[in-house]
Write a protein that binds this ligand. Structure first.
Ligand code: URA
Length: 207
């Protein structure tokens, strides 16, 4: 894995060329952020949808608007957090990414994580949760926090698109965001320890 990138933009441009994900054959372009805010809070979704595919940026469609709304309820602005996806290309007809596609995008995501050194990872939906906490189940574990083997705290959240299809989940997500707010403020006190730990981490490469 190449790791000596000077910027996120450089990292993404490198992996946009050096990846074997077959989804690039049907997608318009890869989808990624190039700014990493200092909060160290990283949200990770599943895969880009149609609007993301057209604009090249994650969570800019309907699910993204709901995510922005949820962030606002806990006094966070979208540009204060980093947002990414398990796979960087839109799957045809917005189907779920398969294991082969997730595996092909893994080195890209791991390199991104090592560059950003997140203080907290918030997983959106089951694909992102499964990457970090394979034994967890979104329907049971949403609104709960975990510690990944690297020491990075992981907070499980439903995917905002799920709440758009199932309006009952909207309230659940709002409540889970309140739990996240509390969790973030508790974690803030421990953040220096996390950062130091992350600096030593090579385990993440095995994810
Ligand atoms: N859903 C995702 O998982 N990611 C996006 O970027 C948009 C919608």
């Amino acid at each position: 894995m190449q790791s000596d990138f000077k910027s996120l933009k450089e990292l993404h441009q490198y992996y946009a060329v050096h990846n074997s994900c077959k989804l690039k054959e049907t997608a318009t372009q890869p989808v990624y952020e190039i700014e990493s805010p200092s909060s160290g809070i990283l949200f990770i979704g599943e895969a880009p949808g149609r609007n993301e595919d057209l604009q090249g940026r994650p969570f800019v469609g309907t699910a993204g608007k709901f995510l922005d709304e949820l962030l606002k309820t806990i006094d966070l602005k979208r540009d204060e957090v980093y947002v990414t996806n398990v796979v960087k290309y839109r799957p045809p007809n917005n189907r779920e990414p398969n294991d082969e596609e997730k595996k092909a995008c893994r080195v890209w995501l791991n390199s991104e994580l090592l560059f950003i050194k997140p203080k907290v990872i918030v997983t959106l939906g089951r694909h992102a949760l499964g990457k970090f906490i394979p034994d967890a189940h979104i329907s049971v574990d949403h609104g709960e926090s975990f510690t990944h083997s690297t020491g990075i705290p992981v907070f499980a959240m439903y995917h905002p698109a799920a709440a758009l299809y199932n309006p009952n989940l909207k309230e659940t997500m709002k409540e889970d965001f309140k739990k996240l707010q509390k969790f973030l403020s508790e974690n803030e006190k421990k953040k220096d320890a996390n950062t130091e730990k992350m600096a030593e981490i090579e385990d993440i490469l095995k994810l």
